[in-house]
Design a protein around this ligand. Structure first.
Ligand code: NDP
Length: 462
């Protein structure tokens, strides 16, 4: 008789958890996976997927305007928020069904319940109270929006969780934060016709990105009509007399809006999981501490994805799950590789980036070459748009390796995915130069920037 009820019990049915459970089940392991909410987790239910659908929805406004330059008379247009929400719900339900059937088809037991740890090999279902044992337990419970509980009036604010399902589309919104979510939603709401103000504590939005992209996106957003307030934070949110909300800021401004959205980072979802009782160590932010192989401080318990706060991205959680499977069930110890992860911000215009920003490269390498192109994309010519596209390659002069590639403009996310391959392969600038251009495209600029725009020596631009 088997010593444990299961070979593997996974807590959390998001990207990382589902992948680990499905792969283990496909290898013949006895697997159970528990999810307290909906299958697919943040990415599918209230993150990447609905976000991208909303990005598409919000772009039509500009497409309709641009059409005139190309000879189209679009006529009167009208946006219906309820129609978009319903269509999004249908698509999310379809995807959730695929997640469930994927698990089911591979023989994993699906448990629609919250599960917590009650022992090093024991899990309890909170709803039914039933306990079971497993040789290995994977915690993949993701992260939750930082509620910013210290902010007076935070309970009046929404997070990205609620933004997808608002009963009515607000006429105006104030968004706090300068990261991925704040910037993406500022553009989404603006495109849907909402008056948007973004408030960010730093000197420039998107603090971890290359400065040319940050400044270029900021300028483009302001030109569209998005108001951006820098070096300021919300200190209080109250109900306004005539309805709506009013936020008071550190600099003394009073900002009225129908809705206030907080996009101030995401916290690992570890509260109440029974980690302390079992001895699973967490850091000061509540993230589960893991070693290079996603092992926690308790043998037999593993953690992957956002709950470990390594890199909060869906493909990273999936990769960590695959490494867990290789290590534990295929006898091929594999540590997740977190180097050179390409990423996109689905702002409008989009950002696509991989590798070191110019500033980071200048800190790591004595001599850096920067190849920079700013141009009006062909797409913007007949439409009469003033859009400027930015493309930048950052090269370590000593090794000739391209260490960073940064794009602002249409399809930047798609380009970042492809650029991740040569950067990951460690290809040289000369390899880019030997590559034939595809004409006419915006991306051809990446292989036709022949001479450096400037050089950086020991951190100083020359
Ligand atoms: P980010 O870490 O991207 O941004 C958080 C923002 O909140 C930063 O601008 C930060 O400022 C600011 N902030 C944090 N704490 C405070 C505070 N106390 N007061 C004022 N400002 C504060 O987090 P998001 O919430 O936008 O997104 C969470 C994660 O989800 C991202 O890190 C990303 O990994 C992932 N994500 C990825 C997407 C994609 O791939 N396209 C889309 C959406 C999310 P500062 O910069 O100064 O620290």
């Amino acid at each position: 008789m088997a010593a444990y009820d299961y070979d593997l019990f996974v807590i959390g049915g998001g990207s990382g958890g589902v992948r680990a459970a499905r792969m283990a089940a496909s290898l013949g392991k006895r697997v159970a996976i528990a999810e307290e909410s909906r299958w697919g987790g943040t990415c599918v239910i209230r993150g990447c997927v609905p976000k991208k659908l909303f990005v598409y929805a919000s772009q039509f406004h500009e497409h309709f305007k641009d059409a005139a330059g190309y000879g189209w008379n679009v006529g009167e247009t009208r946006f219906d928020w309820q129609t978009l929400k319903a269509a999004k719900d249908t698509e999310i339900a379809r995807l959730e069904g695929l997640y469930r059937s994927g698990l089911d088809n591979h023989g994993a037991q699906i448990i629609d319940d919250r599960a917590i740890l009650v022992g090093p090999h024991t899990v309890q279902r909170v709803g039914s109270g039933v306990t079971c044992t497993a040789e290995r337990i994977v915690i993949a419970t993701g992260a939750l929006p930082n509620p910013h509980a210290a902010l007076p009036g935070h309970e009046l604010c929404i997070s990205s969780n609620e933004a997808f399902d608002l009963k009515t589309l607000p006429r105006s919104i104030l968004i706090a934060g300068g990261g991925y979510i704040a910037v993406e939603f500022a553009n989404i709401f603006h495109g849907l016709g909402v008056e948007v103000t973004l408030i960010y504590r730093g000197q420039e939005i998107l603090s971890r990105f290359d400065h040319d992209l940050r400044q270029g996106l900021h300028a483009a957003m302001e030109e569209k009509g998005i108001r951006i307030l820098l070096t300021d934070v919300i200190e209080q949110v109250q109900r306004a007399d005539g309805g709506g909300l009013v936020a008071t800021t550190l600099s003394g401004q009073s900002l009225a809006a129908d809705a206030v959205m907080l996009a101030l980072g995401r916290e690992p979802n570890t509260r109440g999981l029974g980690l302390e009782a079992v001895g699973v160590d967490t850091d000061e932010r509540g993230a589960i501490i893991v070693d290079a192989y996603s092992r926690t401080s308790v043998p037999g318990i593993y953690a992957l994805g956002d709950v470990t706060n390594r890199v909060q991205l869906t493909p990273v959680a999936i990769h960590e799950a695959m490494c867990f499977i290789d290590t534990e069930y295929r006898n091929q110890p594999t540590a997740p590789d977190h180097e050179l992860i390409a990423t996109a911000v689905f702002s409008q215009p989009e950002i696509g980036t991989v590798g070191l920003s110019e500033e980071e490269a200048a800190r790591c390498h004595e001599d850096v070459e920067v190849y920079l192109a700013r141009f009006r994309p062909m797409k913007a010519t007949l439409s009469g748009r003033t859009d400027r596209m930015v493309m930048k390659l950052v090269v370590d002069a000593a090794s000739r390796t391209v260490v960073g590639a940064h794009i602002l403009g249409h399809d930047a996310g798609e380009m970042a995915q492809l650029l991740a391959i040569p950067l990951k392969a460690g290809l040289s600038k000369e390899a880019f130069g030997r590559t034939m251009a595809v004409h006419p495209t915006a991306a051809e600029e990446l292989v036709t920037m022949y001479t450096p725009s400037y050089r950086i020596h020991k951190g100083e631009r020359t």
